[in-house]
Design a protein around this ligand. Structure first.
Ligand code: SF4
Length: 208
């Protein structure tokens, strides 16, 4: 099978990097996790801190078996699939093999593409730069909105209307704006207690 066809079926995927670390943000903060960062993103966030991920063709294309073998080298059994934008790809084969090997599967996505794959935890982080696909709303376990501008509070509430009532709602200051917005987020949450704060604790710990 040609590489292009294998990628379309999700049997092979472009991998920018994969590494074992501590999940620094969101509900799973503090958990050891193997991160699989797929290459390719068409969302275009101005503040993106992994712009080098955008061009998929720059990264090696690996089979799902090779990707899962990488995860199996470490004792933790939590995998976080991120990007780039992982839902640009069919996530079925990778997540099926991860589940078969006993992993808990988490994804971090902007939701800008149709949902696929078997995930135990879906972190939906919508972006203003590309509308989410409607399939994400019923799948999201966590709505994590990055606060980069004052208008992001309204943006967060707009998306909160469409997720399930059980979905956790998190506001996270964008790293370069955290001095400006952390105080505002704290006040907002005190007044809107259905929201929680998420911080990029891996940046404080200076780990990837
Ligand atoms: S969705 Fe993620 S990877 Fe893509 S541009 Fe935005 S922050 Fe960067």
């Amino acid at each position: 099978m040609e590489i292009k066809q294998a990628v379309e079926k999700g049997l092979k995927l472009p991998v920018m990097e994969a590494f074992y670390t501590i999940q620094g943000e969101g509900t799973f903060t503090g958990h050891p996790a193997y991160f699989i960062r797929l290459g390719g993103c068409d969302v275009g966030c101005v503040w993106c801190d992994v712009k080098e991920s955008w061009e998929a063709a720059k990264w090696p294309v690996l089979s799902v078996e090779e990707i899962v073998d990488g995860a199996l080298q470490y004792p933790g059994r939590l995998v976080v699939i991120t990007g780039g934008e992982p839902l640009m790809y069919e996530m079925g084969p990778l997540t099926a093999l991860l589940k078969e090997k006993g992993f808990t599967t988490n994804i971090e996505t902007s939701g800008a593409h149709p949902f696929s794959g078997q995930f135990d935890w879906v972190c939906f982080s919508p972006k203003k730069f590309k509308e989410p696909h409607p399939s994400i709303f019923e799948k999201a376990d966590e709505l994590k909105v990055i606060v980069f501008h004052k208008s992001d509070f309204d943006f967060a509430e707009k998306h909160a209307k469409h997720v399930r009532s059980s979905c956790k709602k998190l506001l996270q200051p964008e790293w370069s704006k955290s001095e400006k917005f952390t105080g505002e987020i704290i006040e907002y949450i005190k007044n809107h207690p259905d929201w929680n704060i998420s911080l990029q604790t891996h940046k404080f710990m200076d780990i990837p």
